[in-house]
Design a protein around this ligand. Structure first.
Ligand SMILES: *[C@@H]1O[C@H](CO)[C@@H](O)[C@H](O)[C@H]1NC(C)=O
Ligand SMILES: *[C@@H]1O[C@H](CO)[C@@H](O)[C@H](O)[C@H]1NC(C)=O
Ligand SMILES: *[C@@H]1O[C@H](CO)[C@@H](O)[C@H](O)[C@H]1NC(C)=O
Length: 485
């Protein structure tokens, strides 16, 4: 992994790419229409059918996590999903900053072939699955995703998808429908496989960090955004789950907890989600470092117009407007004017420090609407690069909002080692410091029974770090003097 590429998958822009259909003829996926049990393949029909079966389960699901959000590790978290019949395993990045699930498909262009994460990559081939079905451009899923009919849509044209992520990488392909197998929680630390028909993207062309040159390659991405096209929304629409999920990303041991369902323990205080946003936006009021509240223009996090601060598990670090970054760094390093700062990989501000950072540096506290705070400890924002070299995880914004404002984007750097609950039923999000190697208690909404969901780490035992870190030590250069002046 190139350290520069840890800025993974920031913001998703679903460019509604009509060109896929109308212009770029080699990207038109026309296949013979196959009719399955649902006949018209109509989404509302499928939903009403599922709703009739509602009592069957409105349960909690347990997603097994792997990976580690540290920039010196994989810089991301992933989960394993079973897709198709017979079911095959796919490893996909867990991303709350985007919506849809997609996986690399057979015959795709520029798909990665191997991964340094230590997982076996698998291409999804609809022809290998008895339950796979096509999704056409005139079907409800497609027209509602694109907010209307697609120009030039013919009844045998497959529904296209095209996503560009915040780091410029992109994926294109077409939607398919198949069975997804999940772990339904039906006992303490116990699950049973359960499947559900889900529409997801079949990746045909990949680029940027999603392409074949990517080292920490995965089979795809599962978005946990709010759009109706997300797996969570589809499961909720068919009456299978409540729209509540939580994660506890463990950057100490790797993996962690990821559950769909209402969390009853630990109790988590929440802040409202800004409505009608493409991301999980919250209202950041102020930032406190070492008891000092940063002096910032009142509109810097401009939440009044519904912009706010984005919470995103698919981003490795935390991005702040320059003015915020400068003030935080000045405060954080205030007691250490003698430190010699280095720039590593043209991105990280680093220094040598042998002591315990938690006693030498202050906690950074973000205060949100409804008095919810997010405490970021020195061991979180000062990651160990190598031996006694510590690097600052805070970054200056690289993305702007439409009106040119620097975005505030809080990723794994600040979300790790906390239980983060996304309660879309009540449009709120909350968190609490938590031991992500332990367990939480979730409620099965159909039976009211409470079960324990534990931590998992499906990361491969093989390490992928040592060589790379040693290699980069040569890039240490003294460029910066001191920011504390
Ligand atoms: C999906 O569920 C159905 C009904 O419970 C079952 O018959 C089928 O074998 C399951 N498929 C997979 C791949 O587990
Ligand atoms: C999403 O689904 C909900 C309920 O199923 C529906 O009321 C809403 O209109 C849908 N939103 C869009 C943008 O299609
Ligand atoms: C976190 O929980 C795990 C599993 O229960 C336990 O082994 C570990 O000691 C705990 N860590 C801390 C810091 O309490």
């Amino acid at each position: 992994m190139d350290l520069r590429s840890v800025v993974i998958l920031v913001v998703v822009v679903v460019e509604i790419c009509w060109t896929i259909i109308s212009v770029n003829s080699n990207l038109v996926f026309e296949v013979e229409r196959r009719d399955f049990g649902w006949n018209s393949n109509n989404l509302s029909e499928m939903i009403s059918h599922d709703v009739r079966r509602r009592g069957r389960f409105l349960s909690a699901l347990d997603l097994n996590l792997g990976g580690n959000g540290l920039p010196t590790n994989t810089g991301l978290y992933f989960t394993k999903l079973g897709i198709g019949s017979p079911s095959k395993d796919y490893y996909v990045q867990v991303d709350t900053g985007s919506d849809i699930l997609w996986v690399n498909c057979a015959n795709c262009i520029n798909c990665p072939k191997r991964s340094s994460i230590g997982i076996e990559l698998t291409l999804y081939d609809p022809r290998d699955s008895k339950t796979s079905d096509s999704v056409y451009c005139d079907q409800e899923f497609c027209t509602s995703t694109y907010d209307g009919p697609i120009p030039g849509c013919k009844s045998d044209t497959q529904c296209p998808y095209s996503i560009t992520y915040g780091d410029g990488s992109a994926t294109k392909g077409y939607y398919v429908k198949d069975n997804l197998t999940f772990n339904r929680v039906d006992g303490n630390l116990h699950t049973t496989p359960q499947n559900s028909s889900i529409v997801f993207g079949c990746g045909a062309v990949q680029s940027g960090t999603l392409g074949s040159s990517s080292e920490q390659a995965l089979d795809g991405i599962i978005g946990f955004g709010q759009a109706n096209s997300s797996v969570l929304s589809q499961l909720a629409a068919s009456g299978k789950v409540k729209k509540i999920f939580s994660h506890c990303l463990d950057n100490i041991r790797g993996g962690g907890i990821f559950a769909i369902g209402e969390v009853v323990e630990p109790k988590v205080k929440t802040t409202p989600l800004v409505p009608k946003m493409a991301h999980y936006n919250v209202v950041l009021k102020d930032i406190e470092v070492d008891g000092y509240v940063l002096q910032l223009p009142t509109d810097i996090f401009d939440s009044g117009n519904g912009k706010g601060t984005i919470i995103d598990s698919g981003t490795t670090l935390a991005y702040l407007p320059s003015m915020v970054y400068d003030q935080i760094l000045t405060k954080v390093l205030a007691q250490h004017s003698g430190l010699k700062l280095y720039l590593v990989e043209q991105q990280f501000t680093c220094f040598q420090y042998t002591g315990n950072v938690d006693s030498g540096f202050p906690v950074v506290k973000f205060h949100f609407e409804d008095s919810l705070s997010l405490n970021v400890y020195p061991h979180d924002y000062l990651f160990t690069y190598k031996d006694d070299i510590r690097c600052v995880g805070w970054q200056k914004s690289v993305a702007q909002t439409k009106d040119g404002k620097d975005m505030t984007l809080l990723g794994d750097l600040v979300l790790s080692n906390k239980l983060v609950v996304y309660d879309l039923e009540n449009m709120a999000i909350g968190w609490t410091d938590y031991n992500c190697s332990s367990s939480i208690k979730v409620k099965d909404a159909s039976t009211g029974v409470i079960h324990t969901v534990g931590a998992h780490d499906i990361s491969s035992a093989s390490t992928f770090l040592i060589g790379r870190i040693l290699t980069f030590i040569f890039l240490l250069t003294t460029i910066l003097n001191s920011l504390t002046n």
